[in-house]
Design a protein around this ligand. Sequence first.
Ligand code: GDP
Ligand code: MN
Length: 396
Amino acid sequence: MNLHEYQGKQILNSFGVEIQRGIVAQTADEAVEAAKKLTEDTGTGWHVIKAQVHAGGRGKGGGVKLAKNLDEVKELAGQIIGMNLITPQTSAEGKKVHQVLVAEDVYYPGDSEPEEYYMSVLLNRATGKNMIMYSTEGGMDIETVAEETPHLIFTEEIDPATGLLPFQARRIAFNLGLSGTAFKGMVKFVNALYTAYVKSDSSLFEINPVLKTSDDKVIAVDAKVTLDGNALYRHKDYLAMRDKREENPVEVEAGEVGLNYVDLDGNVGCMVNGAGLAMATMDLIKQAGGEPANFLDVGGTADAERVETAFNLILKDPNVKAILVNIFGGIVRCDRVAQGIVDAYKNMGTINVPIIVRLQGTNADIAKELIDNSGLDVQSAIQFQEAADKVQAVLA
Ligand code: GDP
Ligand code: MN
């Protein structure tokens, strides 16, 4: 589950990570109130207004603006709230901004120049260890840094059995070229960040930039946090942070009825039971010259109601030109699934795309007969290749 920047910072701060402080606002007036409150607390007077959407690169898209007084806070917040923010990480249509984070300006002048670093914590699946990736080149696209100056990206692997060791945190601060107060601040920052990552059951923390302020404080200016969805049962407070407005509406609907649905760009809708078979089916569709329009695992109980729900979800996608149902009847008998498909089809009235159904397993023959005798525009197949050929034929 992805979080907004302000929520990620809230979690970080609860584990002792220093952050750029801010208050979230839904309207321009609330933004002004937030700015007044921050000024009372810290006294800097300048603020950044930051669009809260689930996408990075907001600065480039005009979603992060500096306000030098309360009038500018009001004006900029008014502009950003309600805007359609297009960044390198959103689709071409962009994302609607519902709220902004009003944050204290932390790039104030002082004894030294503010410095931006990159830091993320994630799992290295190849080694089975957590790792901290970091770079002196903060504030910009890490992909660009990786491409142009890969020697400026460092990694520190952490054995989950021992946790982050003191020398590792010091090595990070050293490699970032820090000394004195900033060095100590970075060591504390890294320790708190790693603790937050582990204790919150996250799969990704990306802080870009981590800022060394002109008075040598080390703070998180941005926060991209992905929580492990399978661990959310242990974090009811994080579960409440879910913002469904940021998610694909069809995926949200599918989740509510217990279907595993992932929206994709192709033209062949798939209805499959089991994630492994769903992956194999997507390969098959590609081989037949189509592109899967979705991943959909209907799970173990493919009765008429579930099949109908699944059809409805698939048909919400206007790109779908054909539907391939590929179901293995193990515990659930194929004839029951076939009956479900026939009932669902009849119930739904007209479905304007061809449907190819491959049922294999217990009572597959009876199922095929049921479909073939239904009088509906549904083609049956028993072999995998046969199904692929039929998909190819209807796409041609
Ligand atoms: P992103 O563009 O979505 O990654 O959003 P960030 O939170 O990383 O902000 C983008 C950029 O805005 C940062 O790299 C900074 O250069 C700038 N920025 C963020 N906070 C401040 C601030 O307090 N003052 C100033 N002057 N610039 C800021
Ligand atoms: Mn950023």
